[in-house]
Design a protein around this ligand. Structure first.
Ligand code: GLV
Ligand code: GLV
Length: 355
């Protein structure tokens, strides 16, 4: 192979490996056992010559690493993730390294996990499972694990990009929920979908579903019964959910986060969960992964899973393939290095295309 490409982790499937090898690349997959590589670990991997790197969201791709990659002749970096808050795109630009991410292939998988957590929280599945396994079930009771009926309630979506929109459609169509969403961009596709489904329900003698585009995030927090967070993590969404905003939410609301941990002030959330036993959360991401803030793991009204929203076989293989194509495209000058797989600040499908 003419080009030296590094993957900081082994990734699912073989297609990505074959793609690289068939196209003149010598692929090196890091076999280091520890889960999270440090900047120093990665500098050592990059060495003196490296054309491109496939990296992970747990790694800090900033000034130091892009300088090292550029010095080794590297031109391409792809995150194996749609989110890229771990990547300093400005630093990459400065050192002439192109950055890619892997949108599209994880939309439905991630939305399905958000939907799973929503249902699990509404019907207290994890709590009930623990109760059963602990041998505590001693007979049917009218009050046992009474939860929320989603039908007719309002689902709130903050960030109606690909994932947020897919989740919204699942909840509206699957469970006949009304929708309120907030996004800087209007999601006409989503609005049309809810309108059409509402008409269908009405024609069948059922209560139609409705939609509303909120003018602020706080409007969603105040009005929705189930709220799912799908924004990009940046300065405007850091600690979007905090003591003050939690206080404006319904006492029996359900909050789902499959975006990035720091969107939620986790300490404030733990306190809120303690004060409001009927408030429930489903979390896939945490403020200081892999850790949870003290107390969170003990809360019965919290469901916690280890950042697995994109973890379906099809999606993970797809992410690996896209990451390889990103790096390969840049190295070989293929036309694959364009729009959907290139990092751009406009994750929303309704946003104007990048310049
Ligand atoms: C996972 O969190 C991703 O951004 O793909
Ligand atoms: C990410 O893919 C999003 O647009 O939600």
């Amino acid at each position: 192979g003419k080009y030296r490409v590094i993957s900081t982790k082994s990734m699912p499937g073989t297609r990505w490996i074959n793609l690289l090898i068939e196209q003149d690349c010598r692929l090196e997959i890091c076999t280091e056992k520890k889960t999270i590589l440090s900047v120093e670990d990665i500098i050592a991997l990059i060495g003196d010559k490296c054309d491109g790197v496939i990296g992970q969201l747990t790694e800090d791709w900033g000034e130091t690493l892009f300088a090292a990659l550029s010095k080794a002749g590297g031109k391409a970096f792809s995150n194996m993730a749609v989110g890229y808050n771990n990547v300093d795109v400005n630093a990459a630009n400065k050192y002439g390294v192109a950055v890619g991410n892997t949108p599209g292939v994880l939309t439905e998988t991630t939305a399905e996990l958000a939907a799973s957590l929503s249902l699990a929280a509404a019907r207290r599945i994890v709590e009930a499972d623990g109760f059963m396994r602990a041998g505590l079930y001693d007979g049917w009771l009218p009050h046992l694990f009474v939860g929320n009926l989603l039908k007719g309630q309002t689902v709130g979506v903050i960030g109606a990009g690909r994932i947020g929109s897919a989740y919204a459609r699942m909840m509206v169509e699957g469970f006949k929920m009304n929708l309120i969403y907030f996004d800087l961009y209007q999601s006409t596709r989503l609005e049309k979908f809810v309108t059409a489904y509402g008409q269908f329900l009405k024609a069948n003698g059922e209560q139609p579903v409705t939609w509303k585009r909120a003018s602020s995030m706080s409007e969603v927090l105040q009005e929705a019964d189930v709220i799912s967070l799908h924004p990009v993590l940046d300065k405007t969404t850091y600690h979007l959910i905090n003591k003050e905003s939690l206080a404006t939410m319904k006492k029996e609301a359900i909050l789902i986060n499959c975006s990035r941990g720091p969107v939620v002030d986790e300490v404030a959330l733990v306190e809120h969960l303690k004060q409001n036993p009927m408030f429930r959360v489903g979390l896939d991401v945490f403020e200081d992964e892999p850790y949870m803030k003290p107390g969170l793991g003990e809360m019965k009204n919290a469901i916690v899973v280890p950042h697995i929203a994109s973890a379906s076989k099809w999606t993970r293989e797809g992410m690996a393939t896209l990451a390889a194509l990103n790096v390969l495209g840049k190295i070989k000058g293929y036309p694959v290095w364009h729009d959907p797989n290139r990092v751009d600040p406009f994750l929303n499908e309704n946003a104007p295309p990048p310049a």
